[in-house]
Design a protein around this ligand. Structure first.
Ligand code: ADP
Ligand code: MG
Length: 309
């Protein structure tokens, strides 16, 4: 059986650092990063636990990809450029075939976004995967949750409810929707859009727990409310068909795992919003979240939704 050190050498210590800020990578007691003048280090961490965040039989390459993607998505939501990550692995046993696939999924995505794997920890126990991701953002330019303003337009990247549909398919809903399945298993973090939104968006968050829940964080922390327009939500034909067939009307609004960005923009910057984004609503002074659907307005509460008028 491989020792901890040969496991790291064999599967994770693959390439030289891609960034000049990475002064020292895997192998010492700590890694060393230098932060360029005028930049702040954005730091985030996310854990995935077997049977909580993924199924026990999950494809290891997709798992490696998704673990890194969900962490990079938090950097994207902050407008930070990914720099480096650490990886803490708790494994029930050393399964080389599993580790080989997992590390490929992880390191391919790291390569794609120019991220250095600079260290981590390896322990024995129930399968638990943790990443800490670090990125750079010019001082004062990070896209926070607490800075939405009344009158801002609310936008989101991509499509809503794709990962939600992917999960339904995983659970037995019968339809062919390659994009939804890809979104669920191998989401791509919206790094480029996050960087493009510096100086344009007032507030930003990534949709990991569902639009209602995540937009709710912006509203609460910014002390504002909002109204979303159902007819403007970017839904794929497959999601629309799912809604018609099942009557599960609010799936796109409450399903998690999309990893799209939701952000608010003052009207004077609307023309600078990137093309892959859709305006879906507006920030209002009245607290709470409302949904305008076929001319009616419904109010969402923590428990679900209730009719308003
Ligand atoms: P320490 O005893 O100081 O905690 P370790 O023996 O845990 O160090 O790790 C040795 C080196 O390998 C360190 O540089 C550590 O960051 C790195 N490392 C350990 N596990 C991983 C992993 N899963 N992925 C990447 N690097 C790792
Ligand atoms: Mg250690």
């Amino acid at each position: 059986m491989l020792s901890e050190f040969s496991l790291i050498d064999k599967f994770f210590k693959k390439s030289a650092p891609q960034n000049s800020e990475t002064r020292l990578g895997i192998g010492d007691d700590c890694a060393l990063l230098s932060i360029p003048n005028g930049y702040e280090l954005a730091i985030t961490t996310d854990t995935m636990v077997e049977n909580v965040h993924f199924f026990a039989n999950a494809n290891p390459a997709q798992l490696g990809h998704k673990l890194l993607a969900v962490n990079l998505s938090d950097l994207a939501a902050m407008g930070a450029k990914p720099l480096a990550v650490t990886l803490a692995l708790t494994l029930p046993n050393v399964n080389e075939a599993w580790l080989s696939e997992f590390s490929k999924g992880f390191l391919n995505l790291a390569q794609r976004y120019g991220v250095d794997l600079i260290g981590g920890d390896t322990t024995k126990g129930a399968l638990t995967l943790t990443v800490q991701a670090m990125g750079l953002v010019p001082c004062g330019q990070a896209l926070k949750r607490s800075t939405a303003r009344v009158g801002d337009l609310i936008y989101m990247t991509g499509l809503l409810g794709e990962a939600g549909l992917g999960l339904k398919i995983e659970q037995g809903y019968d339809c062919k929707a390659e994009n939804a399945e890809a979104h669920f298993h191998t989401p791509l973090p919206r790094i480029e859009t996050g960087l493009a939104l510096r100086g344009i968006a007032n507030a930003c968050i990534d949709i990991s727990d569902g639009l209602v829940s995540d937009l709710g964080h912006i509203l609460k922390q910014s002390n504002v409310g909002a109204c979303l327009e159902w007819e403007k939500l970017p839904l794929s034909d497959e999601v629309k068909t799912y809604l018609e067939k099942t009557g599960d009307t609010f799936m796109p609004l409450i399903a998690g795992d999309d990893y799209e960005l939701c952000f608010t923009v003052p009207a004077q910057h609307a023309h600078r919003v990137p093309e892959n984004c859709t305006a879906i609503g507006i920030i209002e002074a009245q607290s709470g979240l409302r949904l305008k659907k076929f001319g009616y307005i419904e109010t969402f509460t923590a428990k679900g939704y209730e009719h308003f008028s």
